[in-house]
Write a protein that binds this ligand. Sequence first.
Ligand SMILES: Nc1ncnc2c1ncn2[C@@H]1O[C@H](COP(=O)(O)OP(=O)(O)OP(=O)(O)O)[C@@H](O)[C@H]1O
Length: 264
Amino acid sequence: MIQSISILAGRNKTGKTEKFERLDIHCGEIIGIVGPTGSGKSALIEDIEQLAQRDTTTNRQILLNGRIPDPDLRYDPKKKLIAQLSQNMNFLADMSVEEFLKLHAKCRGKNPNLVDQVIEAANALTGEPIRKDMNLTILSGGQSRSLMVADVAFISDSPIVLIDEIENAGIKKHEALKLLSGNGKIILVVTHDPILALMTKRRIIMKTGGVEKVIATTEKEMELSVHLTRIDQELLQIREKVRHGQEITSSFFNAETLSPEFAE
Ligand SMILES: Nc1ncnc2c1ncn2[C@@H]1O[C@H](COP(=O)(O)OP(=O)(O)OP(=O)(O)O)[C@@H](O)[C@H]1O
């Protein structure tokens, strides 16, 4: 049972020791990773993914439950505790959504009847419904991402989830994060998106390949995140309507989240 992961400081790109000693992240926590392009966000995620032991370019060390992890956890795919979701992931298998989910459930020792629940959860995250009989390869970016999120939540069931930028995927991010963070998982989310960044309790600020500081999210920032989520959901609905050739009706112009100058 994973209670915590700890990141022990390594070196930034200039070889300087990072500006923290040790960061403990506990189960049930969602933590953000922010910073400009090339600041080392993905490298930090990779260190966690590989359970780095001072053997990567950053020289960081990762502990599980305060201890050096068993080497099996690093190298045996069956024992992997960490699931990763990223923008660039796509399904390549030539099989239907149902076949894939059943097969995956079987591999993970889960009940194959979970399939309906997974598809239902995925459909709550995307505006374009996924059907069981669809081939995986025809899913859109938003459908693929939603299915991956639901799969990680119900089938992969890994205690640690690393998310590398899901913002542009056209899915309901807030709901996706809520779904994933159920059951006390540890979630690390790399993001340029203020909605996701401000939903987390703490965020790691990256600079020049190193951790610069860790900021606790304030109450005001959390309130802002809720407001931004409402705007985002309306934007998602408007985007779907425009994509499907529909007109934008007055209900959207009256929406309280939009600026007053657009209200009718
Ligand atoms: N501490 C470090 N020491 C040496 N090289 C590093 C370190 N951290 C990151 N790098 C290297 O710097 C490059 C950029 O890092 P990375 O891809 O992690 O940045 P990023 O913040 O994820 O960027 P983007 O937002 O563009 O995805 C990579 O080649 C990575 O291997």
